[in-house]
Ligand binder design. Structure first.
Ligand code: FFO
Ligand code: GTP
Ligand code: MG
Length: 463
């Protein structure tokens, strides 16, 4: 068998598997048009203008059997997704027709594309850089409008521009340092040179730190804000979870201690991705199973980005409530007075003394569906209040980028340490150059084949 190369004409089904209105079999490479022409009855695809879509039929050249009625797009290099000749066969979306067309293409000069190979070619041919290629995948996987915007922003090259500018700056300084060393014009050239390096290292490190701070927000966008619903037994925690989920996921009864284990669910509240964790009510308990649940609730509080502390508004504050208030005091939290449909039994003034001075209390009745709009608004406010507008700011969301930025930051710290320790300039230069290299790995200005293989293998087939 011939080994696969980056020069082969590749083909894959680019639409999701299964039944659909239309499916696309995509080809890319030098022989894409010729290959499609062999199985196409209609216009001569080798003669049609580029970027046209052409009606016709797919015919098996061996059996002369008609396979499907199709529309075929012909897009010639270089203005294409891969910068190679691209042909897209738009067929009827059945599994059989689509697979047969793929088989025909494969027996007429194309080989099956590896996952992500189309996008890999777009990268190898310089249409997009590595961070943009990674954004393509993020875009497909995006679960909310917000994370979609962040990915699109990265696909548009905004992170790339930022990184490229930083690298340009570093390169400028490195060049200046070379000149100073080779042609010392002044006596204090040594001092001038280190000052230059120091200024630039500080400036770039500041910008890297700023980028890294967006990573935290990005993690929330991707993974959801870990939100623990806590409170003593029977206050309505599971009812609240069910309300936010719009389904009866957790068992709700009037028996205290109903929830025994931690329940985790993902919801989207006004564009905020929440990873909701319903916990067992916390109280001093003798029941062994419940005890374990309580320990897990405490753990859930520790892990949470946000805590919703539910109190029963119809009863006086208990010791458990006070303990929970204490346990969650340092957390970002929303305090809910639930069961407001019943007569009020809680002393609000007393409760207020246990809260932060500016902390609001939300009154709700999950049973009567009251006060829950305000809760949703509060969640959105807490979340977006801490997040900069991602349409204008670049956000770093990718683990590989974060790791490289952290390393680049360390390299700059070494530069600064070297300067304070009065190390020779050429040693300091090494750290600075290292930083330049590390940043280059984000955009793929320098990369190893192994990385490419690993990255693109995570893509969908046909992408
Ligand atoms: N049918 C179809 N739809 C698709 C894609 C595709 O490949 N085929 N895409 C793929 O995933 C996405 C669109 N992305 C694309 C990005 C660049 C180019 C492209 O041809 N770029 C050229 C020329 C641009 C121009 O004409 O101005 C270039 O950048 O040189 C095409 C598609 C989503 N929709
Ligand atoms: N009157 C009133 N009853 C409510 C309200 N919210 C929940 N309940 C009721 O309170 C009882 C307990 O609700 P759950 O949601 O199971 O409470 P929980 O906090 O999950 O309880 P545990 O799992 O035992 O810790 C159920 O009978 C609910 O219908 C409310 O706003 N008003
Ligand atoms: Mg419960």
């Amino acid at each position: 068998m011939k080994t696969a190369t980056e020069f082969d004409t590749i083909a894959a089904i680019s639409t999701p598997p299964g039944e659909g209105a239309i499916s696309i079999v995509r080809l890319s490479g030098e022989e894409a048009v010729q290959c499609a022409q062999k199985i196409f009855a209609g216009q001569n695809l080798q003669l049609v203008s580029s970027h046209t879509i052409n009606y016709g039929h797919i015919v098996d050249p061996e059996s002369r059997q008609e396979v499907d009625e199709v529309m075929v797009s012909v897009m010639r290099a270089p203005k294409t997704f891969t910068r190679e000749d691209v042909v897209e066969i738009n067929c009827h979306g059945g599994i059989v027709a689509t697979n047969r067309i793929l088989q025909l293409v494969l027996s007429n000069g194309a080989r099956l594309a590896e996952p992500g190979e189309f996008t890999k070619r777009a990268f190898l041919h310089g249409r997009i850089d590595l961070s943009q290629a990674e954004a393509v995948m993020d875009l497909i996987r995006a679960k909310t409008d917000r994370s979609m915007k962040v990915a699109l922003n990265q696909l548009d090259g905004n992170l790339s521009h930022l990184i490229k500018n930083l690298r340009q700056d570093i390169l400028g300084v490195l060049a200046q340092v070379e000149v100073n060393i080779d042609y010392p014009e002044y006596d204090d050239v040594e001092e001038m040179t280190t000052r230059l390096l120091k200024e630039k290292a500080l400036e770039v490190r500041q910008r890297i730190k700023q980028l890294l701070s967006t990573a935290k927000q990005g993690k929330v966008l991707r993974e959801g804000l870990a939100t623990a619903i806590v409170g003593r037994p029977n206050v309505g925690k599971s009812s609240l979870l069910n309300h936010l989920l719009h389904e009866d996921k957790a068992i709700v009864t009037d028996v205290a201690g109903t929830t025994r284990d931690v329940i985790e669910e993902y919801v989207n509240v006004r564009g905020v991705p929440l990873k909701l964790v319903d916990t067992a009510g916390i109280r001093e308990t003798v029941d062994k199973v419940e005890k374990i649940g309580v320990a897990r609730s405490k753990h859930a509080i520790e892990q949470a980005d946000l805590v919703m502390l539910v109190l029963n508004g119809s009863e006086p504050l208990t010791n458990e409530d006070r303990q929970l208030l204490k346990l969650t005091a340092t957390k970002k939290r929303i305090v809910l007075l639930n069961k407001m449909d019943l007569t009020r039994g809680i002393e609000v003034a007393q409760l207020k003394e246990l809260l932060q001075p500016d902390e609001e209390i939300l009154t709700t009745s999950v049973l009567k569906n009251q006060g829950l709009e305000q809760l949703e608004a509060r969640i959105a406010e807490l979340f977006f209040g801490g997040i900069e507008n991602s349409q204008t700011t670049v956000m770093v969301t990718n683990a590989r980028h974060i790791a490289l930025l952290n390393q680049a930051e360390k390299a700059l710290t070494s530069v600064l340490q070297g300067i304070s320790a009065k190390m020779p300039v050429d040693l300091i230069q090494i750290d600075m150059t290292n930083c330049w290299d590390l940043l280059g790995e984000i955009t793929g200005d320098s990369y190893q084949d192994e990385l490419l293989n690993q990255l693109f293998s995570q893509f969908c087939l046909g992408k």
